[in-house]
Design a protein around this ligand. Structure first.
Ligand SMILES: [Zn+2]
Length: 598
């Protein structure tokens, strides 16, 4: 489930005073100077991180002007610390002696500069404007009330209707209602584009998109190239799936078969996932009558079964896990997320758990973030490096567990599915491809990063934003709007991440590709079970192997960690193999049909 914004402002940065390596041999003067500097930097970092996370948490769980004001104040304090010119200058100066410093030191110094780039106080006026504009955008977004035929409708209700309604007129009205938030957010998003690019330039990056890809040690073009390679290798499978899906949908809605799929036919506001097309894989009925508390406890049990310790008591006391009743005055953000509030043991999750399969998988996913946080919370990992080895690693681990939690043998072992349950393997694989994997690749490698690269790196004029958005939706995803959507709309801005987690979405693509690599290794090398149908439950060896990746945090290069764990570089090989049994089935189904939308 790709539903949790990982706030740049919070998550990108991370450190511990006690964690400096104690070398027996004499340290060089430059290493000693760096050590002293990093003790202070880590301590200060953790302090502002915590205060800011707490304020963010309050604003997410209870949207009020007071909480938004608190986020603005702590955001400024946070930026003031991270972007302190003294810190920037000292980190830069020390990095000119990189060869005389140990790797852990170099990584912390580089992380300090990445953190500083979010709000470099070498230009305090710019940073102040940015914090204010970010806060305004979040508040408008969190407080927006969707309306259908004049009646208030929640985002969850919109999603439910798009997943279930068979009435095309109603689907169109709901889909259009979901797009009304875009124009409200556009003006401030234009302002934010310039302010975000401004802070990137202040740190000598060409633009905000490049600043983000620097977390992978890559340029904008290198990142887009990697994403395009992934799309190219998966395209034959995607075209088969797209063809199969549009014939299914046309039949379901009694419509002629179109070239591109009309957006309101799909069970997701952005066509990023195509759920609900495979009835035989729908297991929601097995969750009926389950308590939401059972869902989150079962998710925790997944991890304890692998040998991880239980979540801290404070998780249960401080998290906000269930929906707010419809008549409640409190408004909370409806996106699931998990946050490491103090970079120590205060880990909390925001969810709205209901008794269905989607929330079952989401709960497993979110706790993946929590357990990742727990794994690198140890003295050897400084606060500044308490983060994923690359930004997509965190998501990837969450996604891996979400995948593991959806497999039939696991669901049987937890009593969700009966032991005599006879899975239609093609149906489950097809649903996996449609609802979680393939269309998602074309949204997350195609539409989102290409549009954002145009906006940030190529300064796309605001009067072309919506046309460009739909060009990419058409070219990459093979989807079109139900009626013309001109520049009076801003459909990109209806996607949360465009507003609050900019130039970040390819991390979810990375996570998807990465999760299949990890899963492939676990299935073949540890469990010796087919990747399409395996069960991690209670396997301590899986837990040890995963912990070995997670406990490193950001202390080593992500390529090295991936290669050591799996023996491979990042690629779609495992993902293609996972879906291989589906390809021949689809080709058979699509015989005589025109493949694709050209
Ligand atoms: Zn996540």
């Amino acid at each position: 489930m790709h539903r949790d914004p990982i706030f740049r402002f919070l998550c990108f940065l991370t450190f511990t005073a006690v964690s400096l390596p104690a070398f027996a041999e004499t340290k060089s003067p430059i290493q000693e100077r760096a050590d002293r500097f990093l003790v202070l930097a880590n301590a200060g970092y953790q302090a502002v991180f915590r205060v800011n996370s707490e304020a963010q948490w309050n604003a997410m769980t209870d949207v009020t002007p007071e909480h938004d004001a608190a986020v603005e104040a702590t955001g400024k304090a946070y930026a003031a610390f991270n972007g302190n010119p003294a810190i920037i200058n000292e980190a830069r100066e020390l990095l000119t002696h990189q060869k005389e410093l140990n790797e852990l030191t170099v990584r912390q110094l580089k992380q300090l500069l990445l953190n500083a780039a979010e709000g470099p106080m070498t230009n305090p006026e710019l940073v102040g404007k940015r914090v204010a504009a970010e806060t305004k955008q979040a508040s408008m977004m969190n407080g927006f009330e969707f309306k259908l035929n004049g009646q208030k409708i929640t985002a969850n209700q919109i999603d439910d209707k798009l997943e279930k309604s068979t009435d095309l007129a109603e689907r169109k009205a709901v889909w259009e209602a979901s797009k009304e938030i875009g124009p409200v957010l556009k003006a401030n998003l234009v302002t934010l584009r310039d302010l975000r690019n401004g802070v990137a330039k202040e740190m000598k990056y060409p633009d905000y998109f490049s600043l983000q890809t620097a977390a992978y040690g890559m340029t904008t073009d290198e990142m887009l190239k990697m994403l395009e390679d992934w799309m190219t290798t998966l395209r034959p499978l995607y075209l088969q799936l797209h063809t199969w899906a549009k014939y299914e949908l046309a039949e379901k809605f009694h419509q002629p078969v179109p070239k591109k799929i009309p957006a309101h036919w799909i069970g997701n506001r952005w066509g990023q996932e195509w759920p609900g097309l495979v009835e035989a894989a729908n297991i929601d009925k097995y969750f009926e009558g389950r308590k939401p508390e059972w869902i989150i406890k079962t998710a925790e049990q997944f991890y304890t079964g692998l040998g991880f310790s239980p979540l801290p008591q404070s998780f249960w006391e401080k998290s906000d896990l269930y929906p707010v009743p419809p008549d409640s005055k409190r408004k909370k953000n409806t996106h699931a997320y998990c946050n490491h509030i103090d970079l120590e043991n205060d880990i909390r999750s925001l969810q709205s758990i209901q008794a269905n399969s989607r929330w079952f998988f989401t709960a497993h996913h979110e706790l993946g973030h929590g357990y990742y946080d727990k794994a690198y919370t140890r003295p050897e990992v400084p606060y500044l490096l308490r983060l994923g080895a690359a930004p997509g690693f965190h998501e990837g681990v969450g996604e891996l567990i979400s995948l593991a939690s959806s497999q039939v043998p696991y669901l049987q072992s937890r009593g969700v599915l009966p032991h005599e349950f006879n899975a239609d393997k093609t149906a489950f694989l097809l649903d996996d491809a449609l609802a979680r994997s393939l269309p998602f690749i074309y949204f997350s490698c195609g539409t989102m990063p290409h549009w954002e690269a145009d906006v940030y790196a190529r300064n796309l004029r605001p009067d072309q934003w919506n046309a460009r958005w739909w060009k990419y939706v058409g070219d990459f995803q093979g989807i079109e709007p139900p009626s013309p959507h001109g520049e009076e709309f801003c459909d990109a801005a209806t996607k949360t991440h465009i507003n609050d987690t900019p130039a970040y979405y390819y991390n979810y693509a990375f996570a998807t590709v990465f999760k299949f690599q990890l899963h492939d290794y676990i299935a073949h090398k540890i469990l010796h079970q087919p990747p399409q149908s395996c069960n991690y439950a209670d396997n301590k060896e899986v837990g040890t192997w995963l912990n070995n990746i997670m406990e490193k945090g950001g202390t080593q290069d992500w390529r090295k960690i991936l290669k050591e764990a799996t023996g491979e570089d990042i690629s779609t090989r495992a993902m293609m193999e996972y879906f291989k049994p589906l390809m021949s089935w689809l080709e058979e189904q699509n015989k005589g049909r025109q493949i694709g939308w050209e």
